[in-house]
Design a binder for this molecule. Structure first.
Ligand code: SF4
Length: 397
């Protein structure tokens, strides 16, 4: 098929498919379009997670994203080229087709709370990193489809070896994982001989393989306490490290100073203004947020903790400083609950939606089930080493 024909067919999409495709493009383009607002502030000389994600990591791929199929079109957005899904590739009733394929493939679809609502609705399990790791570990199916980001799918592959794990979009990374490259982290660890290594689950398989124990935001305090008083490296989120340090009284943590582009962009100044306008609101914040935001929070907890707290007080409005995908689960359990996204520094930016998580779309979920790819694979030697600290965490949790 000629490129010209492809281009002409792009505009033959149904309005619904077309709007979804545009949303997918927006999500892919967002890190550039909103670069200033989404860039981690105060990262100093540390690895620029966003630059790593969109620049150096992809530099050897000449910034091209591969289409799922040979007849997918390519959309040129500035210097980058993005694949487009053609309407001819997609069934009219996408949801029904996904359900059919799930049955046909005997697939288990896992979705993180930060996925868009329709994906959460079609998933077999919706949860946070810890819940999804557990679900992956015990999955008894022919295929795991992981709707989340790359490190989560890697964790699933590590915990359930031999079980194929596919993702809607292989490029769905994470500023924390990508901002902590294995080579640099190995050097960092080497600079602190004798220190134990506790790594947040938002890290690559290679970094997990260098760790003694893994944690999530819901069990980080418990995992730090389980490690006794030995010198301890905590990676890769500096905000979570600071919060855990306060909770445990461990002010000697050796911290890799990474950050989440979503949680770090919430503005303490704008939040203070919002609180004045909503004095009755319960402010709920994730520990990956900046200290100025946490200082104003009524409740600091993991994603699951935030959802539980919001549901517990259905009549009280909540200002929520985490990825707004959690609103779906809260509204399912507490219909009518008033939810207010915590503001970022840039009001024009939808920065409370993770640009990586939102690369996954219903269309790509369908294609991953249909084409059995893209598949996530982990080097078996790395996987074997990484499995030990992850399983240790699951046993301790
Ligand atoms: S919300 Fe933050 S920590 Fe979670 S996947 Fe996105 S960038 Fe990573």
């Amino acid at each position: 098929m000629s490129e010209k024909t492809n281009e002409s067919r792009i505009f033959e999409q149904t309005p619904e498919a077309s709007s979804r495709t545009v949303r997918a493009q927006d999500a892919q383009a967002r890190p550039d379009a909103t670069g200033k607002a989404c860039r981690p502030s105060g990262s100093g000389g540390q690895p620029d997670a966003r630059a790593s994600r969109w620049g150096s990591r992809n530099a050897d791929r000449t910034l091209l994203f591969r289409p799922h199929r040979a007849n997918s079109a390519w959309l040129n957005l500035g210097q980058r080229v993005f694949p487009m899904v053609l309407s001819s590739d997609l069934p009219v009733d996408l949801e029904a087709a996904i359900l059919d394929l799930k049955r046909e493939r005997n697939a288990l679809v896992l979705a993180h709370y930060y996925q868009e609502d329709p994906i959460q609705d079609l998933a077999d399990v919706v949860g946070d990193s810890l819940a999804l790791a557990r679900a992956a570990q015990t999955a008894d199916c022919d295929l795991i489809v992981f709707c989340g980001v790359h490190f989560m799918a890697e964790t699933a592959a590590i915990l359930n070896p031999g079980r194929p794990v596919v993702v809607p979009d292989l490029e769905a990374g994470c500023s924390l994982a990508d901002g902590c490259p294995a080579g640099a982290f190995g050097e960092f660890v080497g600079q602190h001989p004798g220190a134990q290594v506790l790594t947040y689950i938002n890290a690559s398989a290679e970094v997990k393989a260098m760790s003694d124990l893994i944690c999530t935001s819901s069990n980080a305090v418990k995992m730090v306490e389980s490690m006794g008083g030995a010198p301890l490296i905590f990676a890769p989120d500096r905000h979570l490290a600071r919060w855990v340090s306060k909770q445990t009284g461990r002010d000697d943590l050796i911290v890799w100073p990474g950050a989440c582009v979503v949680h770090e962009q919430f503005s303490a100044r704008e939040l203070a203004r919002l609180k004045v306008r909503n004095p009755e609101a319960d402010v709920l914040a994730h520990p990956e947020c900046d200290q100025g935001v946490l200082d104003q929070a009524d409740f600091v907890a993991s994603t699951t903790g935030i959802i539980q707290r919001a549901v517990e007080f259905p009549e009280r409005p909540s200002i929520v400083a985490t990825e707004e995908g959690v609103f779906h689960s809260i509204r399912q359990q507490a219909p009518g609950k008033v939810l207010i996204p915590a503001p970022g520094a840039d009001e024009s930016c939808s920065c409370s939606q993770c640009p990586y998580m939102r690369l996954n779309t219903l269309e790509k979920l369908y294609l991953s089930l249909r084409d059995l790819g893209p598949e996530v694979s982990v080097d078996p030697v790395i996987a074997e080493r990484a499995r030990v600290p992850i399983e240790r965490m699951l046993a301790l949790s």
